[in-house]
Structures are given as C-alpha cells and as structure tokens.
Design a protein around this ligand. Structure first.
Ligand code: 6CS
Length: 373
C-alpha cells in the first residue's frame, strides 16, 4: 500500500536519467535533471557569473527532492520555497519539487551530492556513515522540551550552522537551514513505557549507526530501513515499532498497524534544507542572496506548519475508531529512566567519531544550556 503512483513513473525516469547524466559527466554539478549539462541558459553555473551579481535575465530550472509526500511537511516546505523564489525572481527561477517514492533516502543524499539535483531536504539520520558528526541528532534527550526554543537553537547555533555545516560541505552538501518536524514519539505493537519494554524489541530506525546504538542502549534490537518499507514491515511483524513525529505517524498510516503510541518526546526530528555546494558557489551573488532570503522566510513557515500538522493529526489518531491506538503519556519518572540510559551514548559518540565531534557536541550542549537560562 501507500505507494503513490501519481507522477511516480515520470519522476523515476527523470531522476534515474539524472544519475546517468551525472555519471557520464564525471560528477560535475552543472547537470540538472533536465539533462542540461552544457553552459546553456538554464544552467546554474553560467561562465563568468560565479560569485558576481549579473543583473541579467538568466532563467534557471532546478530540482528539489524531498523524503516525503505531498501534504507532508517536507514536500509542502519545498513547494512554498519554490513559490517564494519564483516570485522573488520575477519568474526566472523555476524549481520542480519531487515527492519521495523513487529511491531510498540514502540514494537521494548521493544524488544531491553528485549534482544530479540542486536542492534536497535531507534528514541527518540518513547521512551518518558519511558526515559522522551529524549523528549528534540521534542523541536522545539532547534538546529541550520546548519546541520553540529548540527551533531557535537550530536557527542560531554556531556548532551546527558553522562547524557541522563545514563537515557537510566537505562532502559537497551545504545545509542552508536545520529545522524541526516535531518531537519524536514511539509506536509499537506492544506498550513502550519502560526500558524493560524494549528488551529484544525490533525497532525500525533510519540508517545512521548512532540511532541504532541509541536503541541498543535501551536493550532493543534495531534494524535500519527506508520508510517506504515501513508500513508493510510493521504489518508483517518484520519490525515491531518505530519513531517519528505525530504528523508522520498519522499521515503514513503507521497507527493502522500499531496498537500503541508513546508520547516519549525522547528527541526532536531534524530536517536540513540542503543545496549542492559546488552548484551554489557557482551562482551569481544576487541569486545566492535570493535563495538565502528565502531560507530565512521559510523558518517560521516550517515551524508553524509542523506544529499545526502535529496537533491536528494527534487528534486524528485519538479519534480514529476504525484503527484505535492507545496513547501512552510517560510520567517524568518514566522518561528519566530512558534519559539515564541515553546520556552515556554521548560518550560513545565522542569516542567513536573523534575530536571534532566532541567539540561540536560540547559547543551545542553549551548553547542549549545558555538558551534555557
Ligand atoms: O522515518 C523516516 O524515515 C521519515 N520520517 C520523516 C518525518 N520524514 C521523512 C523520513 O524519511
């Protein structure tokens, strides 16, 4: 179920074509999914334009891939981003937004990195074997319980916006913004209230190794998997539970094949608005400025969007009589039992990833503490 056929074949065709073109072009970032590999007028890297304001009538056709479907937060973000840029550029910037559904999230990272598409929304949970420092988002109980404050920290953190961004840029990916899709909750085919409930529990996670490690700390038996396989895997019992923000649990219908949802808020879901670094650096400065302005304008839009969807779809889960879900609220003591097991994973992260990871994490922790005072 749940594979939206709409535009799937077309998208599949264009993205696969893009990968072939990138492979043929030796990974240059001048390609786009329309196959414009040369220095033509649709090309983001026009000769002589790099780093200069052109004031020209150049027309740009770009592609923006997301990990979600239309109606879900990432897709709606990208659609609004495209709309704002089109308006700002008087119609010169045309961005085609793509739903998830063609390739795994890991492959989407590779596609952006190689320049097959210009923009992507990427979850750091799918970049952990590449940008190992980015795994810090997998650490449970790192951020605060105040989502608005968390978003402010994501917006302003030097640890993230300078130091972690540099790490991504060394892989040709520039995160333009880190933003939240909401607090993470657990769903299960059995109650998840105590660490004992996780003993041997088959938990689905994204691919970053530290996410798996975080669940091993609770005694679980985690398995990484693309979310496209998740509904069926939960239905068949291949995995027994998963984590996600509420809007996504409802919209992807995971609650139909899960009996319990725990309001655990053990982490926040972070997404990154990203652009291919080489492509972005090659754009005229006036175009770069329009993009950066749009990223700023999108910050409150994204926050409000996820907040509204998470609230509305919690009600939808609670009021769903066809597929009833027991919603479990953890007491502060119950949450504390998980927190105690989660904190030592920070040491593992530092030992495993190294000195830069330690510096970035320690600075972020300082920033989080300062934001709370
Ligand atoms: O669980 C996942 O993997 C998916 N969750 C969200 C909220 N967005 C896309 C991602 O791939």
């Amino acid at each position: 179920m749940f594979l939206r056929k709409k535009s799937l074949l077309l998208t599949c065709f264009t993205l696969v074509l893009a990968m072939i073109l990138v492979a043929c072009g030796g990974g240059e970032t001048e390609s786009n999914v329309n196959g414009d590999l040369g220095q033509d007028q649709n090309d983001g890297n026009v000769d002589g334009a790099e780093g200069e304001a052109t004031g020209s009538d150049e027309v740009y056709d770009w592609n923006f891939i997301t990990e979600e479907y239309e109606g879900q937060v990432q897709y709606e973000y990208a659609a609004k981003f495209a709309e704002i840029l089109k308006e700002k550029s008087d119609g010169r910037i045309n961005i085609e937004v793509h739903e998830y559904g063609v390739m795994s999230e890991d492959s989407q990272v590779t596609l952006l990195q190689s320049g097959g598409v210009e923009f992507a929304i990427i979850s750091p949970g799918f970049t952990g074997t590449m940008v190992r420092e980015g795994q810090l988002f997998a650490l449970h109980f790192l951020f605060t319980d105040d989502m608005e404050l968390n978003q402010q920290i994501l917006n302003t953190s030097e640890a993230l916006n300078v130091h972690l961004t540099e790490k991504y840029e060394s892989f040709n990916i520039t995160p333009l913004a880190y933003w939240t899709e909401g607090a993470m909750q657990w769903t299960g085919n059995s109650e998840l209230r105590t660490p004992e409930d996780f003993q041997g529990f088959k938990m689905r996670t994204q691919s970053s190794p530290l996410i798996l490690r975080s669940y091993e700390a609770y005694g679980a038996s985690p398995t990484e998997m693309s979310w496209g396989e998740l509904y069926t895997s939960l239905q068949l019992g291949v995995v027994e539970g998963q984590e996600n923000p509420i809007f996504f649990i409802e919209d992807a219908k995971f609650h139909e094949v899960q009996d319990y949802m725990t309001i655990s808020e053990h982490n926040i879901y972070v997404a990154m608005t990203t652009v291919n670094t080489q492509f972005f650096n090659g754009l005229p400065t006036d175009i770069q400025d329009m993009i950066l302005e749009t990223v700023e304008e999108m910050r409150p839009v994204a926050y409000e969007m996820q907040e509204r969807m998470n609230n509305e779809l919690l009600d939808a889960i609670i009021n769903n009589d066809t597929h009833p879900t027991e919603v479990i609220e953890l007491t502060p003591e119950e949450r504390e039992a998980f927190r105690e097991l989660a904190i030592p994973v920070r040491d593992f992260f530092i030992e495993d990833v190294g000195e830069d990871a330690e510096k970035i994490l320690n600075l972020l922790i300082e920033e989080i503490e300062a934001a709370q005072n």
